[in-house]
Design a protein. Structure first.
Length: 373
């Protein structure tokens, strides 16, 4: 009932000069009601105008947002162009750096190949060793022939020739072993140089593959930037279309709300007469209820005054009892002080007795008796 009263009185407030007992003519009442309804209709029309102005403001805001989005799109395009140019410059710099590195690696390979070619000068030394071996063989052959011719004539010389032959054979064996070691060392160096050359070639191939992969990655990045830019443009255009569609839907809904509001105003004018009578009846009931509550309040007020008087009496009684307690506490303090004084006197007497006992222990001729109590 109270909620219906608040709902009905939210838009209608009776005048202070309105009296229930005064006769009201129907024509005057209807005129006042029509004036109130006209005022309410004007206020509703003002609200409708405010709503339309709000929608116009929102429309202008949406247009400003659309212009901002277009500006952002242009800025994105300019930023994309700048990024694209920077990436191209960076890519060219990287390609230049890769080419320089490639040239350096090629120069290193050329230097290593030249070093390998310089190692072939050792072949001449090997040829000298072979020539010396051939000379030794010729000498051995000559000594063998001399030994065969002069075997019968000079035995001692033959013995020396045999020693020389053995020495030359040993030298031949040593030279052959040196030659074999030099050949093996040359083969090992050749294999090592070939292996290093293969490693350098493979390393250069890996560098070329990495450069190709890096170039492909840069191309893919540029393509991805192009795709992202196109996707952002499509998204912004789609958002603009959605904003326009949302704005048109909002305008349609505002027009429909205005029509519904007009219908509600008409219905309110029809139902207002019934609500006024109901409000007057409720006001009469509330006045009666207020009188009843005032009577109850007076009774409760008298009861509270009686309770206050009883409370003041209890307070006075409590104050008297508290005064007695304070007096008892004073007596307790005095008794405590006297008890402490007696304790101090007893302690003093105990100290004197202890002093006498200590003197009696030091002088056996002295004797005493002590009884504390």
């Amino acid at each position: 009932m109270s909620s219906s009263l608040q709902a009905s009185t939210g838009s209608y407030r009776p005048s202070k000069s309105f009296m229930l007992n005064s006769p009201v003519q129907p024509a005057i009442r209807s005129k006042k009601q029509s004036q109130d309804l006209r005022k309410q209709l004007r206020s509703k029309m003002v609200d409708l105008g405010n709503i339309q102005s709000d929608w116009s403001v929102q429309e202008s805001n949406l247009r400003n947002k659309a212009e901002d989005l277009i500006t952002q799109l242009r800025n994105c395009q300019r930023q994309f162009d700048a990024t694209k140019k920077a990436e191209k410059v960076k890519h060219l710099q990287m390609l230049d750096q890769i080419n320089r590195q490639h040239q350096i690696v090629v120069m290193d390979l050329q230097a290593q190949i030249d070093d390998c070619l310089d190692g072939q000068e050792e072949i001449d030394d090997l040829a000298d060793i072979e020539q010396e071996i051939e000379n030794v063989k010729i000498q051995i052959t000559g000594f063998q022939k001399v030994q065969m011719i002069e075997d019968e004539e000079e035995e001692q010389e033959d013995f020396e020739h045999v020693e020389k032959i053995e020495m030359l054979e040993k030298r031949l064996i040593e030279m052959q072993s040196i030659f074999q070691k030099a050949v093996q060392q040359r083969e090992e160096e050749s294999r090592t140089s070939t292996q290093k050359l293969e490693e350098l070639i493979l390393r250069q191939q890996d560098i070329d593959d990495q450069n190709h992969v890096e170039f492909q990655r840069l191309v893919d990045n540029l393509n991805n930037l192009d795709r992202e830019q196109a996707l952002q443009i499509a998204t912004i255009e789609k958002q603009l279309q959605e904003n326009k569609r949302h704005l048109s839907n909002n305008l349609k809904s505002a027009i429909n709300k205005a029509a519904d509001l007009q219908q509600k105003i008409t219905k309110y004018q029809h139902d207002h007469k019934k609500e006024m009578k109901h409000v007057i009846d409720e006001e009469t009931g509330y006045r009666n209820l207020l009188e009843t509550l005032n009577a109850r309040h007076r009774g409760h007020l008298e009861e509270s005054m009686n309770a206050a008087r009883k409370c003041s009496e209890e307070k006075r009684r409590f104050a008297a009892m508290q005064h007695e307690v304070e007096e008892l506490n004073g007596e307790l303090v005095r008794e405590t002080i006297e008890h402490e004084t007696l304790i101090k006197e007893v302690n003093r007497m105990d100290n004197e007795v202890l002093n006498q006992m200590s003197r009696g222990v030091s002088d056996p001729s002295l004797s005493f008796t002590f009884n504390r109590f």
